[in-house]
Design a protein. Structure first.
Length: 588
């Protein structure tokens, strides 16, 4: 199968209502069997478009083609998002998934929503499950193999979102993914490269190679078992994964190896939560609440920078003084992150206090142009209360009715725990590593945490994912997100700052150099392969007292910006993503 976005004409959107059934009795029967969204657009004329086009920024060309197909069938942003997510589970298996979890921030009919479909710890999990008898962390135990797996949330998340807001039939949104799994897709060189690296780390430990050794650049890669799994989910609904044959296959694979049981799957449910919202720079930010730290971190950074306007005045982007000021803000954000953030269903998380304007102004006032680098001494502020190792993926979608979806989801490490469910053909996550396996130790992203993020049955591990939507006067202005573990919200912060404080064009904002600092190690500035810190800048930062460390990770921002009524979709030049605009057909 050819790469479908290459040379493909851009899609037209019909904007038509979906006239699903001619016979009411069939409609009732279909609703009762759960094959339709709960509120099907039965013969209801859709509202007139408010944008000139739909648009999507996605991490690969196959998911762009899926979005095109769904919009051409009359789907909305939620239908397109669900189709993209299932497609990426096939064509982008290092992070796209049905065996992982994530977050979806939505803006539908002028209202913000947030869907948490993060994995949870199985009932058999314990606080010390990754420690040996001497109390030391067992290397790789929370990263590789069945014991690293949290109860997956993606399928229930997609099912909930599409049921609540989708216009098309559930089967329709799964169709592109089923086609790619059955007929195959042509593997791009970057995917083989990521595969080869992961295969080395999983060799002899998991069944990864049994399923993925055919992932070779230029070859057509087919996944027949995954195709059957997707077909079951398409015909029986999203709960099939948790209660049907797929659940049996997962629990059988786990038997004697891992902890996820049939009961864990049955009791799993995605959760609708209130999104975080905040006013900033004339915009309203809508972003991820706990169990993500991403939204809190992003808002803290943006607001502190606004408070520090006098200090930033005249400071050039990515100069030594700029990096020094931002690093001090990041010290404070990461100090709060490790102390206060975790699963809101287990602990009362002091979100309002962490985002309070006067609290942030007091934290910003501690940031000084002439401070010594290194945050030794920075404490949480509320008092005592690799080739790329980081792997997650993001996509941003808007439709012509002004609805938007910002979705970040993950297997955690690339290709997750490296284990494939025998007979079902999909990879499982290693999200248990996002818990604190032992207070004081760091996870694969080099961040630590406290009691609030320790392992407990049914608890969600703390995340950094921050799917974000920016509104201007109640209309979508920006949809943005990225993979990157603890780098996620510092990356989004930088791109938003480049766009709105420095007035850069979207492509320039995406291409600009990015850096990262996270309290530990105290004086280290991480730089990326795409735009490394070298030459005079490197020398000047070292002279100031910073250490520079390359990270094997770039970020892969996918964003849609809306100017007036015109959407523009842009993909990070660091990745293989596609920004696609799907204009309305002239007749609509
Ligand atoms: N697994 C990466 C994150 O949730 O932040």
């Amino acid at each position: 199968m050819a790469d479908p976005m290459h040379d493909a004409p851009r899609a037209s959107i019909t904007g038509r209502a979906l006239h699903v059934f001619a016979f009411p009795s069939l409609l009732i029967a279909a609703c009762l069997t759960g094959f339709l969204p709960a509120a099907p657009a039965f013969a209801k004329k859709p509202p007139p478009p408010v944008l000139t086009a739909a648009a999507a920024a996605v991490p690969d060309s196959y998911s762009a083609a899926a979005a095109k197909e769904i919009f051409a069938e009359g789907g909305n942003a939620v239908d397109a998002a669900v189709a993209i997510a299932f497609t990426l589970a096939v064509t982008y298996p290092d992070a796209g998934n049905i065996g992982g979890g994530g977050f979806m921030t939505l803006y539908v009919d002028n209202k913000p929503y947030f869907l948490d479909y993060r994995e949870v710890a199985p009932q058999g999990a314990t606080k010390e499950m990754y420690l040996d008898d001497k109390g030391n962390v067992e290397p790789d135990a929370s990263l590789v193999g069945y014991r690293a797996v949290g109860v997956p949330g993606t399928v229930d998340g997609m099912w909930e979102a599409q049921k609540r807001f989708g216009k098309l039939k559930w089967k329709q949104v799964l169709a592109p993914a089923i086609k790619y799994a059955s007929d195959g897709f042509v593997v791009q060189p970057w995917l083989q490269k990521r595969h080869d690296y992961a295969a080395r780390s999983f060799a002899g430990k998991t069944n990864f190679d049994v399923y993925f050794s055919g992932l070779k650049a230029g070859a057509t890669f087919r996944q027949p078992e995954l195709a059957e799994t997707l077909k079951r989910i398409a015909s029986d609904g999203g709960r099939e994964f948790y209660e049907g044959r797929t659940a049996d296959l997962i629990s059988t694979a786990m038997y004697g190896h891992g902890l996820v049981s049939k009961q864990d799957l049955q009791r799993y449910h995605a959760v609708w939560r209130d999104p975080l919202t905040a006013d900033w720079n004339g915009y309203q930010i809508v972003t991820a609440p706990p169990p993500s730290s991403g939204g809190v971190g992003l808002i803290q950074l943006l607001k502190m920078k606004a408070d520090l306007k006098p200090a930033f005045d005249g400071v050039q982007l990515n100069s030594v003084p700029y990096i020094h000021l931002v690093s001090q803000m990041e010290d404070r954000v990461f100090a709060d992150r490790q102390q206060y953030l975790g699963d809101p269903d287990s602990y009362k998380i002091p979100v309002a206090k962490l985002l309070d304007d006067s609290y942030l102004a007091s934290r910003a006032a501690e940031v000084k142009a002439d401070a010594a680098p290194g945050a030794t001494g920075v404490k949480p502020g509320l008092g005592d209360t690799m080739p790329e190792r980081a792997q997650t993926t993001h996509f941003s979608v808007v439709d012509q009715w002004g609805n938007a979806v910002s979705n970040t989801y993950t297997l955690n490490g690339p290709f997750g725990a490296g284990v494939v469910v025998d007979g079902a053909g999909f990879l499982l996550n290693d999200e248990m590593d996002d818990f604190v396996t032992k207070p004081g130790t760091t996870n694969q992203f080099g961040v630590t945490g406290d009691e609030v993020n320790t392992i407990a049955p049914g608890r969600r591990p703390l995340s950094s994912m921050a799917p974000t939507i920016l509104l201007k006067d109640g209309n979508v202005a920006l949809v943005i997100g990225t993979p990157g573990g603890s780098r996620i919200f510092t990356t989004i912060f930088q791109v938003m700052t480049d766009l709105f404080d420095f007035g850069m064009a979207p492509q320039d904002a995406l291409a600009a150099m990015r850096f990262h600092h996270q309290l530990i190690p105290p004086t280290t500035i991480f730089y990326e392969p795409y735009a490394p810190i070298t030459g005079d800048l490197a020398d000047a930062l070292k002279a100031k007292g910073y250490k520079l460390e390359g990270q094997p990770f770039n970020g892969d921002v996918q964003m849609v910006r809306v100017n007036g009524t015109t959407p523009e979709a842009d993909s990070d030049p660091r990745g293989a993503g596609v920004g696609a605009v799907f204009p309305l057909s002239p007749s609509k």
